[in-house]
Design a protein around this ligand. Structure first.
Ligand code: TYD
Length: 219
């Protein structure tokens, strides 16, 4: 158990399906670290930088693809994959590295795994376009730890129903596929040597928070 502030503050990622609670846990962790005397920032992807803002407009269909037959559709999966990869490198340059260099722990609500899972998912197919998405993300800074909030499709959908809006990813079959992909991708990253901590997202919010905080204190 270290005392805060940590000599070398880590880069921490929180991952999970929409509705798994990544935003709630990221916020709780930030508040706790600040109370414990650890300088920290909370950031997210898509980021709040210019590319991230454009991505959010694409996800909500505020920015669309004009179709040859008339009307509009969502921006293509591969275009979106490149946008997310560009946003990530910009996010690292503009926010993540400067914060770490200034002695602040960085919490990112989503990171590379989200791209592998969401952009690696080929609609209507069991095949996963993993290697290309990995290639376009290979310059991204590797986190010190990734907390994976493991949640079932049922849990996530029941939580999302209580929210006002849904985005283009949130249908039941798609989410069930994404749930499987999360499992595969986290195993894959762990086998590549990344530090992945799996946590049960259905646990009470406070219990989950204590587990995350306790882990950080051992880094
Ligand atoms: P999120 O901020 O979790 O959504 P909200 O603000 O609605 O809680 O992320 C928006 C969506 O972006 C989410 O469905 C996951 C998706 N996403 C990707 O598809 N690829 C990525 O690389 C990232 C970081 C997010």
């Amino acid at each position: 158990m270290h005392s805060f502030p940590l000599a070398r503050p880590p880069f921490v990622v929180v991952e999970g399906l929409d509705g798994a609670g990544t935003t709630t846990q990221s916020r709780l962790l930030l508040g706790r670290l600040e109370r414990e005397g650890q300088p920290a920032i909370l950031t997210r992807e898509p980021s709040d930088g210019p590319i991230g803002v454009l991505i959010r407009q694409m996800l909500s269909m505020r920015v669309v693809l004009p179709l040859a037959e008339g009307g509009v559709g969502p921006i293509g999966r591969e275009t979106l994959a490149l946008m997310f990869a560009a946003d990530r490198l910009d996010h690292i340059d503009a926010e993540i590295r400067p914060a770490l260099a200034a002695g602040r722990l960085v919490i990112s609500d989503r990171y590379v795994p989200s791209s592998l899972i969401y952009q690696g998912d080929v609609d209507g197919s069991e095949a996963m376009d993993y290697s290309w998405v990995q290639t376009i993300n290979e310059r991204a800074l590797v986190p010190d730890v990734t907390f994976f909030l493991e949640a079932s499709t049922e849990l996530c959908l029941s939580r999302l129903d209580q929210r006002a809006r849904r985005d283009i990813f949130e249908t039941r079959e798609k989410m069930a596929r994404l749930e499987r992909r999360y499992d595969e991708v986290m195993d894959m990253l762990a086998s590549e040597g990344q530090r992945i901590v799996r946590l049960d997202a259905s646990a009470p919010i406070e219990a989950l928070h204590e587990q995350i905080f306790a882990y950080i204190a051992t880094l």
